[in-house]
Design a binder for this molecule. Structure first.
Ligand code: ADP
Ligand code: MG
Length: 696
C-alpha cells in the first residue's frame, strides 16, 4: 500500500469516530486523517506543576493544591457555593453556581483539594469559577500529567476528549509510518533556517515533551510552529509562481501602434510624460507586443499620473483593433476616466461606452449591443462590467484601477470574459496603495510590478498640520480667507461607525453648519448615498469653480482631480488608516501653489494616534507611509477585508509570521533548484487541489 494512503483515509476509519462526529469534524474542514495532524492545539494547559497561590497571574490557568478553610452558601442574588482555600502562600476562592448537597458536604473545611482552572481577579481577591477539582488525601497527589495538555479548537457539539482521541490516533498512525507524511522541505532548507523536521515539529506541538513550558510553545518564536507557518508560506508562494508559469501557456493578442498613432496620442496630452511614466510605458509596450498575456501592476503614489500610462496601453489595444475595458471602484472615478479618455482619444474616432449599475433600460441595451458587436472600442465602468450580460466582441486589454478595492476573484471574472479559445486579454492593474514588498510577495507573486516613483513636475508638497477640533473656529476663518483668494477647499467627514448612513448624516450636518458659519462661501455636499447624477453635478460644479467648499465623505478618496482645490480639512483623522489619509491628502497639491492639509483631531489624542498623525506630517512618500501603516495596524486592516478574506492560512498568521515571508522566498529558490518534485505535493498539502484563486 502507498504509505501516504494511510493518512488519506477518511476520519470515520478511526476508533470512536461515528457519523455525528464526522459531521462536526467536517465543519472544521477535517475530513481525512491527515487533516487531524494539521489541526494544531489552540493553547496548552499546564497540569505538570503545582503553582503557589501567591505566584498566580489572573487570566492564566493553573493547577493548585490547597486546604479548604471555609465553605459557605451565599443566598444573595444567585445561590452560590464559595469555598475559601489556602496553601502556605495565600488564599483563593472557588465559586460554584451549580452544586449538589453532596458536593457541598464533600467540600467541607479541612479537606485537601487539587483544582485546575482560570484565575480571575474577583472582588475579594483571586478566584476560580467552576474549577475542575479532585479531593485528595495528600498534598503530593496533585499532579495529573507529566506533559502539557493540548487544547484543540472545537466546533459545536464536539468534545475536547473526542478530538484529542482522534488526533492521538492520527499521530500514532503517522509516527508508525513516517513515510505517510514525508517532509517536503529539503534538509538544505531546514539547516539553513534551523527549523526542526516535520515529524518533530508536529509531535512537539501535539504532545509537548515533559519539561516544555507553555511559554516556550505559545509566546516567543517557537521553532515547531514557525516551521509549519514557514512551510505554508512556501506553498503559497510556489502556487502563485506556478499559476504565473501556467499563464505563459496562454496566448494573448499582440498589441502595437504605429509611430503616427503614438504621436497623435502624445499630442492630445496637455503635458509631457515624466521619465517614470515613459519607463513604465516601455515596460507595458514590450509586454503587449509579446503574445503571452501581460499581468502587470502599476504602483504609483496618488497624483503620479497612472491614468495616462494606462491610456497608452489602451492606445496599443485600439490601434490593434481590440477592445479595452476599464474598471474603476466608484462611479465618480469611472466618470473621471471617461472624461480623460474622451479627451485623449478625441482624434481617434473611437466609440467610448460608459457602463455602470446606474445605466438602465434602452441605454443599457444599446451599450451591451455595442460592446458585443465590437462597435465599442473603450468600455469604462464599475463592477457592472463583469455582469453576465456583458459580452465583449474582442477584448484585448483590461485596465483595473485602484486594485485594492477589488478582490482577486473579481479581476479573474473580468478576465474570463476576454477568453477566446487559448487566448486571454492583457491585464493592467493600478494602485495608489503601495503594497509593502513582503505582502506583494505573497499576494501578488503572480504579477509583474512597475513603479511610478516620480510626480509630475511643479508639484509642491502638501503642508500637513494636526490641529485640535477645539480650534475649529480658526479653521473656519482660514477657509473664509482662502475662498476670498479664489481657491477651493475640501472638508472631509470620516466614518463615525461602520455605517454609511451615519457618515452621510454627519456630512449633511457639517455642511449645514458651515453654510451658517460661512455665508459668503459657496458650499456643496457629496456623499455615498446620493444619486450618481446628483453627485456628478456637484463634482462638476466644484471642478468648474461654481463652488468654493466641498463637504464630502470619504467617497472622494480615489482619483478626483481639481487642481485649484489646495486646502483640505479632514475631521477625525484618527479614525482612518494612514494610507487612506495619504490618499485623501493626494486630492490637494495638484496645482502649482502652496497647499494644506489640516488634520482636525478630537482631543485628547492617544499617544499612538499622535505618532501616526506625525508620520503624515513628516513624509509624503506613500511607500514609507504604507510600511508604517503595516507596522502600526497589521496587514489585515491594511489590505482591506476583501483581500485578507482571500488569504486564508491554516497555520500561518500574517501578523505574527511576517518575518517568515523573506525566508520563504529564499527557500522557494532552493526548492526549485534541488527538489522541484516537491513543489506540487507542497501546494497540494497546503492549498488543496482546487486552488481557484491561484489560477488567475
Ligand atoms: P493617479 O496616479 O493618482 O491616478 P492621475 O492619473 O489622476 O493620478 O493624474 C493626476 C493628475 O496629473 C491628472 O490631472 C493628470 O492629468 C496629471 N498628469 C499626469 N501626468 C502628468 C505629467 N507628466 N505632467 C503633468 N501632469 C500630469
Ligand atoms: Mg488614479
Amino acid at each position: 500500500m502507498d504509505p501516504q494512503a494511510i493518512l488519506n483515509q477518511e476520519v470515520v476509519s478511526l476508533k470512536g469516530i461515528g457519523g455525528q462526529t464526522v459531521g462536526r469534524l467536517e465543519k472544521l474542514k477535517i475530513r481525512q486523517v491527515r487533516d487531524l495532524i494539521f489541526h494544531l492545539p489552540l493553547r496548552y494547559e499546564d497540569r505538570t506543576r503545582v503553582q503557589a497561590i501567591n505566584e498566580l497571574i489572573p487570566g492564566s490557568t493553573a493547577l493548585i493544591c490547597a486546604r479548604i478553610v471555609s465553605s459557605t452558601i451565599l443566598n444573595r442574588g444567585k445561590r452560590t457555593l464559595v469555598c475559601q482555600i489556602s496553601d502556605e502562600t495565600g488564599y483563593l476562592s472557588l465559586r460554584f453556581f451549580h452544586f449538589s448537597a453532596k458536593q457541598f458536604n464533600s467540600l467541607s473545611s479541612g479537606t485537601l483539594i487539587s483544582c485546575f482552572g482560570e484565575i480571575k481577579d474577583g472582588y475579594s481577591g483571586y478566584e476560580m469559577i467552576h474549577p475542575e477539582y479532585k479531593i485528595i488525601q495528600q498534598l503530593d497527589d496533585c499532579i495529573t500529567s507529566d506533559t502539557l495538555t493540548a487544547i484543540y479548537p472545537l466546533t459545536e457539539g464536539l468534545r475536547q476528549a473526542s478530538i484529542k482521541k482522534a488526533v492521538q490516533q492520527a499521530l500514532t498512525l503517522y509516527n508508525n509510518n513516517p513515510d505517510s507524511l514525508p517532509d517536503l522541505l529539503p534538509s538544505a532548507v531546514l539547516s539553513k533556517f534551523q527549523y526542526p523536521e516535520l515529524n518533530q515539529a508536529l509531535n512537539t506541538l501535539h504532545t509537548p515533551a515533559p519539561g516544555v513550558s507553555v511559554n516556550a510553545l505559545v509566546n516567543s518564536p517557537n521553532p515547531a510552529l514557525k516551521r509549519l507557518a514557514f512551510e505554508e508560506f512556501i506553498a503559497h508562494q510556489l502556487s502563485q509562481l506556478k499559476s504565473k508559469s501556467l499563464d505563459k501557456h496562454w496566448q494573448a493578442p499582440e498589441l502595437k501602434c504605429t509611430q503616427k498613432q503614438r504621436q497623435q496620442f502624445l499630442n492630445s496630452l496637455s503635458f509631457n510624460l515624466t521619465n517614470a511614466q515613459q519607463r513604465v510605458i516601455e515596460e507595458i509596450k514590450s509586454d503587449c507586443a509579446s503574445n503571452s498575456p501581460m499581468l502587470r501592476l502599476i504602483q504609483g503614489d496618488v497624483g503620479s499620473g497612472k491614468t495616462v500610462v494606462s491610456a497608452y496601453a489602451a492606445l496599443l489595444a485600439l490601434s490593434s483593433n481590440h477592445q479595452v475595458a476599464i474598471m474603476a471602484p466608484t462611479e465618480l472615478l469611472a466618470e473621471q476616466h471617461l472624461r480623460n479618455f474622451s479627451l485623449w482619444f478625441k482624434e481617434f474616432d473611437t466609440n467610448i461606452i460608459f457602463l455602470t449599475g446606474q445605466l438602465k433600460g434602452k441605454k443599457r441595451q444599446q451599450a451591451l449591443i455595442d460592446i458585443a458587436d465590437g462597435s465599442a472600442g473603450i468600455i469604462i465602468g464599475t463592477h457592472a462590467l463583469f455582469q453576465d450580460a456583458v459580452i465583449f466582441a474582442r477584448l484585448g486589454l483590461i485596465i483595473i484601477d485602484e486594485q485594492h478595492r477589488f478582490g482577486v476573484n473579481q479581476r479573474m471574472a473580468l478576465r474570463d470574459k476576454g477568453q477566446y479559445k487559448n487566448s486571454k486579454p492583457h491585464q493592467l492593474i493600478m494602485t495608489a496603495t503601495p503594497i509593502p514588498r513582503t505582502l506583494a510577495m505573497l499576494n501578488y507573486a503572480d504579477l509583474d510590478i512597475s513603479i511610478i516613483d516620480e510626480l509630475p513636475p511643479g508639484r509642491i508638497p502638501v503642508i500637513t498640520r494636526a490641529i485640535s477640533s477645539e480650534r475649529r473656529n480658526e479653521v473656519v476663518a482660514k477657509i473664509n480667507n482662502w475662498s476670498q483668494q479664489g481657491r477651493q477647499t475640501y472638508w472631509v467627514c470620516t466614518l463615525i461607525e461602520e455605517s454609511e448612513v451615519l457618515q452621510c448624516e454627519a456630512a449633511e450636518k457639517t455642511a449645514s453648519l458651515l453654510v451658517e458659519l460661512l455665508p459668503s462661501v459657496r458650499i456643496g455636499l457629496v456623499h455615498g448615498r446620493m444619486k450618481a447624477t446628483d453627485k456628478d453635478q456637484v463634482m462638476q460644479a466644484f471642478k468648474q469653480h461654481q463652488l468654493d467648499l466641498l463637504v464630502a465623505t470619504t467617497v472622494i478618496e480615489v482619483g478626483v482631480d481639481v487642481p485649484n482645490a489646495g486646502l483640505m480639512v479632514i475631521e477625525n483623522p484618527e479614525r482612518l488608516g494612514l494610507s487612506q489619509l495619504h490618499q485623501l491628502r493626494g486630492r490637494v497639491g495638484r496645482g502649482s501653489d502652496d497647499s494644506f492639509c489640516l488634520l482636525m483631531y478630537q482631543s485628547p489624542l492617544s499617544k499612538t494616534a499622535g505618532e501616526r498623525l506625525n508620520i503624515l506630517r513628516e513624509t509624503s512618500d506613500g511607500f514609507i507611509i504604507a510600511e508604517k501603516d503595516l507596522e502600526l495596524r497589521g496587514p489585515g486592516e491594511m489590505m482591506g477585508t476583501r483581500q485578507t478574506g482571500q488569504m486564508q492560512f491554516k497555520i500561518a498568521d500574517l501578523e505574527r509570521d511576517t518575518d517568515l515571508l523573506d525566508q520563504a522566498a529564499e527557500a522557494v529558490k532552493i526548492i526549485q533548484q534541488c527538489c522541484p518534485e516537491n513543489i506540487q505535493p507542497l501546494i497540494e498539502r497546503w492549498l488543496g487541489t482546487s486552488t481557484k484563486y491561484a489560477e488567475v
